[in-house]
Write a protein that binds this ligand. Structure first.
Ligand code: MIC
Ligand code: SF4
Length: 757
């Protein structure tokens, strides 16, 4: 048994009394999210009334999951905490570092060679700290978590922004940076601003070409990439009940693209079925016994607008398929309007590649529906006009997709099956015959489509759609194709129309048994040495960051004023750079190299005030750090949107950036910066962004009285000697201010641990 039944059983045994206690304290109807959050307050006896969206609360999640690209830094930090083992069940998944190039077998083999020392490091650390280790090829973190670990009513954190995928099984699952994970691994409370809650009632039923993916594509358009920030999205209604468990997971997964803390569905029959099908009937039985605690109270559903901070209704019977993009996941276009939009915006019509799979859309339902489209196309003598690739989410899924003939169908249209890993979704993709500047279009069923994300080409227009729509479009080769209304010309020259997709939620012949690629930790049996090769380019032990010296920050040169969208992909690119995720010094060479310099519209070319010439961002930052001044970064809205990668926060800290001042932050990135000791500030008046000039020196004053809710002051000294002053806000509470003072949150854990020893 891979999942931790004892922990789950003990959770359910206590649930009744916990909920009773919460009810006594709060004396009002509860949403599902509140039930789960309050039953995970740390320590449990401290339930109190909190203001959603305002108060910080410490939680005690049930488990932690980490993927290889973020686990390295998380474990390197955990090693500094000086603990013997992890406080909660934890798993590590090798999925991000496998380069998709020539198909699963060859790609896995080369990943084993290229990433050998990283896998050895992770596997040895997992043994030492009693962490379950999922070998390369086992599958993508979120799919594995859904298949093995997630349970209704539970709470977990994961060092990946799509951790909310587990909300499909009724779990509060939140994406965090590695330093947050270290809190939980070390048995400390994990702090989160108590989220607001968006209620979404789904009515009606999906039909035809529409799928669960289209629900979240539509919602991304409604909420935009920052509309969910600070919120949990809670789904309910008969439409929700009609969805498969994996369809629910897709919706929760991509909820990350709205900035939501996480998303969650009520416990229902689809979850019982999925738990039983994946060998966890005992968990399903326990959940069934606690069913009344695994949905919101009746009063909430009767008057949702009263109990949710925001309330939306979507009728699934009217829902069209959507295609989102390019360059942002919230540009949502219903398929019926796609042709107009494509022509109006001059998006390249010809589609070069269609890609399905990934952690977002790898379920049996997804694969079987996409395969039904292919089967239909073959019977109608159609061939695929675009290249076509498949990334199965796990070995379990790959195996049954092979067994049930789906992969064979994909191969018949020239489809290539990549390893069970992230691959093209995170830029781990060597495109064949691709010129890195060519204007071209691709369409995939992943979740993100930021510039350069999939293949590093800034001119790739990436669109997101459901697997069945991606398949239909790959068959047609045209972004303007609408399978609901349009026909295709087949090998006989006849116009034919594709039939509606058909699929099954769960494999009729079961999931079967498979060598899952799981390595049980052998804690206590071996010498338990964590393996880091000397002189390694990929792994480097960390040294603690310095404490704050108690002084205001004076005369900080502006490093870069970033213009427009600045995601974690702009701040710390993935793709090529993934190989340095365990080596802070080396990965810092990618700091902000994708961000656009406001003053010359170029990337990675900024004024170095010391030399007077234009240089790269990392080099200039280093020069400021080494001169003893440090520097400051400015940006616009939703700064740091996207990934949970804390490298985007550790790099500036390492390079001497003292503060980041923006119009607004994405949640995970802001916390990551705070935890690493970088001061996070927001403009009180957004127009003050315009006051910042290229050769400014910036003072940040008021730090001696740094306290919650109290603004700080910025003074700019322009190159002509004139000065401007304005106030800036911050969102630090008193304990977060201690992180800043100590130099990082980890420094506090380290110190308290030393005291206890
Ligand atoms: C992503 O989808 O962007 C990633 C790659 O999974 C990241 C994690 C990472 O950067 O390692 C995420 O979403 O957190
Ligand atoms: Fe991997 Fe992509 Fe999923 Fe991130 S979104 S975990 S990169 S498959």
């Amino acid at each position: 048994m891979i999942f931790d039944f004892e922990m789950i059983d003990s959770f359910y045994r206590q649930l009744d009394s916990r909920i009773l206690e919460i009810r006594k304290k709060l004396k009002r109807p509860l949403t599902l999210s509140e039930k789960i959050l309050f039953s995970h307050v740390y320590p449990q006896n401290q339930t109190r009334s909190v203001s959603r969206g305002i108060d910080y609360v410490d939680f005690m999640p049930d488990r932690v999951a980490m993927q290889d690209a973020t686990a390295q830094m998380a474990i390197l930090q955990f090693m500094m905490a000086g603990k013997e083992t992890t406080a909660v069940p934890t798993s590590v998944h090798c999925d991000h570092l496998i380069l998709a190039h020539s198909g699963a077998v060859a790609d896995l083999k080369s990943a084993g060679i290229v990433n050998k020392e990283v896998y050895e490091f992770l596997s040895s650390a997992c043994n030492k700290y009693d962490i379950g280790f999922w070998k390369p090829g086992a599958g993508i973190i979120h799919q594995i978590v859904l298949e093995n670990y997630a349970f209704p009513g539970g709470m977990m954190i994961g060092t990946d922004s799509h951790t909310p995928n587990a909300g499909g099984l009724g779990m509060i699952a939140i994406g965090v940076g590695g330093a947050d994970a270290v809190d939980v691994l070390a048995g400390m409370g994990w702090e989160l601003k108590f989220p607001k809650i968006i209620g979404i009632k789904l009515t009606g039923k999906l039909s035809g070409w529409s799928s669960a993916k289209d629900i979240i594509l539509k919602i991304s358009g409604l909420l935009t990439v920052k509309g969910g920030t600070g919120n949990i999205i809670e789904y309910f209604g008969e439409g929700a009940e009609s969805l498969s468990c994996t369809g629910k997971a897709t919706i929760c997964n991509m909820g990350a693209e709205t900035g939501a803390t996480c998303s969650i569905f009520d416990f229902d029959n689809s979850m019982t079925e999925y738990l039983s099908a994946t060998g966890r009937k005992e968990v399903a039985d326990l959940a069934l016994k606690n069913k009344n605690h695994l949905s919101a109270d009746g009063e909430v559903y009767a008057d949702p607008a009263k109990y949710y901070d925001q309330y939306i209704e979507i009728n699934l019977s009217e829902l069209e398929p959507y295609i989102n993009g390019p360059y942002t996941p919230d540009l949502a276009t219903p398929i019926s309007q796609m042709k107009n939009e494509v022509l109006k915006n001059k998006w390249p019509i010809e589609v070069e590649v269609g890609l399905i799979g990934s952690c977002t859309n790898s379920s049996y339902e997804d694969i079987s529906r996409a395969a039904s489209v292919v089967k239909d196309a073959l019977s109608k003598k159609l061939v695929a006009k675009s290249e076509f690739t498949i990334n199965p989410g796990s070995e379990q899924i790959r195996l049954i997709a092979e067994r049930d003939g789906f992969l064979e169908l994909f191969r018949k249209i020239g489809g290539e099956v990549f390893a069970n890993a992230c691959g093209p979704c995170i830029g781990q993709w060597t495109r064949k015959d691709s010129d890195n500047n060519k204007i071209n279009t691709i369409i995939h069923s992943f979740n993100r489509n930021f510039a350069k994300r999939n293949d590093a080409n800034p001119n790739t227009y990436a669109f997101v759609a459901s697997p069945e729509i991606v398949t239909a479009i790959a068959l047609s080769g045209q972004l303007t194709f609408n399978p609901i209304t349009d026909t295709l010309i087949n090998a006989d020259g006849k116009a034919v129309q594709l039939s509606e997709p058909e699929g099954l939620n769960l494999p009729p012949d079961g999931f079967g048994s498979v060598d899952s690629g799981y390595q049980k930790p052998v804690h206590g049996q071996n010498g338990e040495e964590i393996i880091i090769a000397t002189g390694s380019e990929r792994l480097q032990l960390l040294s603690p960051f310095k404490e704050w010296d108690g002084e205001d920050f004076l005369s900080l040169p502006l490093l870069i004023k970033a213009k427009g969208k600045c995601t974690t992909d702009h701040i710390s690119m993935a793709g090529f750079w993934l190989k340095y995720r365990g080596h802070l010094e080396n990965i810092s060479e990618n700091y902000m190299i994708g961000a656009v310099n406001y003053f010359n519209d170029k990337t990675n070319s900024i004024l170095n005030q010391l030399s007077g010439s234009y240089e790269t961002v990392p080099r200039t930052a280093r020069a400021y750090r080494d001169s003893g001044s440090g520097s400051i970064v400015a940006g616009e809205e939703n700064f740091g949107e996207g990934s949970s990668r804390e490298h985007a926060a550790m790099e500036p800290r390492y390079l001497g950036v003292k503060a980041v001042l923006v119009k607004s932050f994405a949640r995970i990135h802001e916390t990551n910066l705070k935890k690493q000791g970088v001061l996070t500030l927001t403009f009180q008046n957004e127009d003050d962004y315009n006051k910042i000039e290229e050769s400014d020196k910036v003072d940040i004053t008021g730090l001696s009285g740094f306290s919650a809710g109290k603004p700080l002051t910025i003074s700019l000294t322009h190159s002509n000697g004139t000065k401007e002053k304005f106030q800036v806000n911050h969102s630090y509470n008193e304990s977060q201010i201690e992180w800043f003072k100590a130099g990082s949150a980890l420094n506090i854990i380290r110190k308290s641990n030393k005291k206890n020893v």
